[in-house]
Each structure stands twice: as C-alpha cells, then as structure tokens.
Write a protein that binds this ligand. Structure first.
Ligand code: SAM
Ligand code: SF4
Length: 318
C-alpha cells in the first residue's frame, strides 16, 4: 500500500518483547523495564494475525526485533509462523547475539534468512560498560554460531559513539575481512533519554570515511538505508547509516509494530495506533490508518532536538 507521499510500505519491523538480557546505555534504563502485564502484550496469535494483515496490504519483508527477541520463549515458533504467512518473502532478525549459540540453528530452520547482530566494541571492558551487564565473549560466540548456521547474510551493527568507540573504527571495519559479514556503523539517535551521553557523543558516520579514507571503495546501494563501501579484499561490506546527518525519510518503506501492540508510522513520531484486541476488518483498518499517518519526515533530529517518540529504543525495536 502507498502512503500519502507515494511511498510503498513493504517492510514491517516487529518487536516481540521489551525485555532484554543486556542494558545498553543508549537504549534502555539501568534498572531494566517495568514489566507490563501479560495482557498488555501481543500474543503469538495476535502477532501472526498482524503479520497476515500487513502482508495483505503489501508488506513483504519482516524484521523481528525487541528488546532482545531471543529472550522470548516462543521465538522460534513466532519466526516459523511468520515465515509461512502468504506474501511474506523474507524474515530477518536483529539480535544482540548472546543466545545464538543455542538458537541460531533452530531460527535458520524456522525460516529466518538474515541476521543483524549488534556489536559496538571489541574491547571486553568497553563491552561490559556499554551493555552494563554483558560479556563480549558471549556476543562473539553468538556471531560464530550465526556464521556456522548458514544464514544468507549476517550483518554486524555498531552504534558509533564519540569518545567511546570512534577509536575502534578500523578494528571493527576489519571484521569484514575476517568474516563474510557486512560491518555497519549507525549514528546514535537521541531518544527520550540517552543515558549519560553528552552532545560530543553524537558524531556523524562520516567519521568512518575520515578514518578509512582512500581505503574504502564505494559500492552500489542495495535497496537498504546504508551507504556501502568495501575494504580491499574484504569478504563483506562497510555500511554507513546516517539517521541524523542525512535522514532517509523520502525512501522510508517501513511500519513498526511494538510488543505492546502499537503501530508506529514513524520511528521518531509520537503517533501510535493500537491493534491490541482487534481482528479482521478492525485490524486491517487500523493498519491502513497507521500507514496513511506516516509523516513526510520526522523533523530535525539532533542532540538538542530529540526524538519525539517518547519511548526508549527497547520499547520500539530500532
Ligand atoms: N536487542 C537487539 C539488538 O540489540 O540488536 C534488537 C533490538 S535493538 C533496540 C535494535 C538496534 O537498535 C540495535 O542495533 C541497537 O544498537 C540499536 N539502537 C538502540 N538504541 C539506539 C540509539 N539510541 N541510537 C541508534 N541505535 C540504537
Ligand atoms: Fe537490549 Fe538491544 Fe537495547 Fe542493547 S540495544 S539493551 S541488546 S534491546
């Protein structure tokens, strides 16, 4: 379906939980989430119905996210049922990777084709700092499990943070030589709360170009939001995702569904449309309303002009 600005909505980001086994400083509060009641969250049946409705309106690609999707007990079943929905051509997932040693093979078998794994640093102390409770070793084991499980594509995502990991641009980029993975750098987005980060932490992805300069060969875009490059002889690409320094609203083909059943027309907008408890025509109408409510762009986004979403990222899904 097309929105009011002629953009065709073909991609849904589906958050299946707000809970997480990490506590990344830019994403969620140290104390975790105030657990909503079971009744507030979408059930597996409602999730599948929502995916069927989205597919009937032209959604073809689904990205399962969270919170951490792998802490959801029925995640393999959700993936399998979503992948079987008529019209859905691709199910992918974004994960912190920690639980992939147990779950990579079942997810692949359930029909998940591609994985994005978050990895902000290669330093164990810095990993512990940024995730507050995580272990780098667990994340690296998860990446290796993903590579062994035969996904069609594995991408690594690093949120680029001034004064934290801008000194690791080269070693992170080198992972695209070591493994057949794309290494993507993402500008940190100023959500309702950004932990302790000050203005200097919000740096543009062009910093990657300054560091790697002439070593990067530009490649054609692949339909995604990243500008793509390759290091000489690398197995994977380098991607730069600039939601702040150059937004991609004109090409936005997405709708988001949160774990508590809210359709979000825009990541950084306040508008939300609940589908909790709806089915059939009622749910379909709510999807159409949400798609037609997509704004032309999300407005200025910077340290001073924070996201209007009013939610932390773990309750949206990225
Ligand atoms: N737990 C999974 C993970 O970390 O990959 C999936 C959910 S997480 C909210 C999805 C993505 O959003 C991750 O790549 C994470 O780094 C990114 N993210 C979270 N907060 C962000 C922020 N303030 N700015 C930019 N990216 C952010
Ligand atoms: Fe959890 Fe992902 Fe948020 Fe980190 S970025 S706290 S892993 S949901």
């Amino acid at each position: 379906m097309q929105d009011r600005y002629g953009r065709t909505i073909t991609y849904m980001r589906l958050s299946v939980t707000e809970l997480c086994n990490l506590r990344c400083r830019y994403c969620m509060p140290a104390e975790g989430v105030c657990k909503k009641t079971h009744d507030d969250m979408l059930t597996e049946e409602e999730i599948v119905l929502a995916v069927q409705t989205a597919a009937s309106l032209g959604v073809r690609k689904l990205r399962i996210t969270g919170g951490e999707p792998l802490v959801k007990k029925n995640i393999v079943s959700i993936c399998r049922r979503c992948a079987a929905v008529e019209g859905i051509e691709e199910v992918c997932m974004t994960t912190n990777g920690v639980l992939l040693p147990q779950l990579a093979a079942p997810l692949r078998e359930a029909g998940v084709r591609r994985l994005n794994i978050s990895l902000d640093t290669l330093d164990p102390d810095k990993y512990r700092y940024i995730t507050r409770i995580g272990s780098l070793e667990d994340a690296l084991r998860g990446i290796e499990a993903a590579l062994e499980a035969g996904f069609e594509k594995v991408k690594l995502n690093a949120v680029l943070i001034g004064g934290f990991n801008d000194d690791e641009i080269r070693p992170l980029a080198e992972l695209s030589r070591k493994w057949p993975v794309d290494m993507r750098f993402i500008e940190m987005m100023p959500m309702v709360d950004s932990g302790d980060f000050n203005a200097e932490a919000f740096i543009p992805c062009n910093r990657v170009l300054e560091v790697l300069g002439g070593e990067l060969h530009e490649e054609a875009r692949d339909g995604g939001v990243a500008r793509l490059y390759r290091l000489e002889g690398a197995q994977g690409r380098i991607g730069l995702i600039n939601p702040l320094s150059s937004h991609f609203c004109a090409e936005c083909n997405r709708i988001r569904l949160t774990a508590d059943g809210k359709l979000k027309p825009c990541l950084h907008g306040k508008a939300e449309f609940s589908i909790k408890g709806l089915d059939g025509e009622g749910m379909r109408e709510q999807f159409i309303t949400a798609m037609l409510a997509k704004p032309e762009w999300h407005g200025e986004l910077s340290f001073q002009n924070r996201s209007q979403a009013g939610r932390m990222m773990n309750t949206i899904g990225g």
